[in-house]
Design a protein around this ligand. Structure first.
Ligand SMILES: [Zn+2]
Length: 120
């Protein structure tokens, strides 16, 4: 399951960003995942639980912002429909070549963390 190593990477990135502010607990990590990034958004959430278990960030949440790709045909314009089951890069209307834009996102968008009071 390559989602697990991916999420471990995301966690390291998020942890580093939070560490820069101090010893805070992560609440929510928001990521962008494109439909062409070849990851299963549901599996990411499970992997997040597994990766953060036993860390101070256990119980935090991974929010996935799913980004569809945009298909454009030179003759027909933007094509919202998908060839069933696979990415056939031909226009389903005129069989011309399709241009694909975006959809390969895999980014950490932002990290929300808990501000802990320093004991007096
Ligand atoms: Zn077309």
């Amino acid at each position: 399951m390559h989602e697990l190593s991916l999420v471990a990477d995301i966690y390291r990135t998020a942890r580093k960003a939070v560490d820069a502010h101090g010893p805070h607990r992560i609440e929510v990590v928001r990521i962008a995942v494109g439909e062409l990034a070849a990851v299963e958004p549901d599996l990411l959430s499970f992997a997040w639980e597994a990766v953060t278990a036993g860390t101070p960030d256990a119980g935090s949440r991974l929010d996935v912002d799913f980004r569809p790709a945009k298909q454009t045909c030179a003759a027909c314009g933007v094509i919202p429909e998908r060839a069933a089951g696979s990415w056939l890069r031909l226009c389903p209307r005129c069989q011309g070549p399709l241009g694909i834009e975006g959809g390969d996102d895999l980014d950490v968008l932002n990290v929300t963390f808990e501000e802990e009071e320093t004991p007096a």
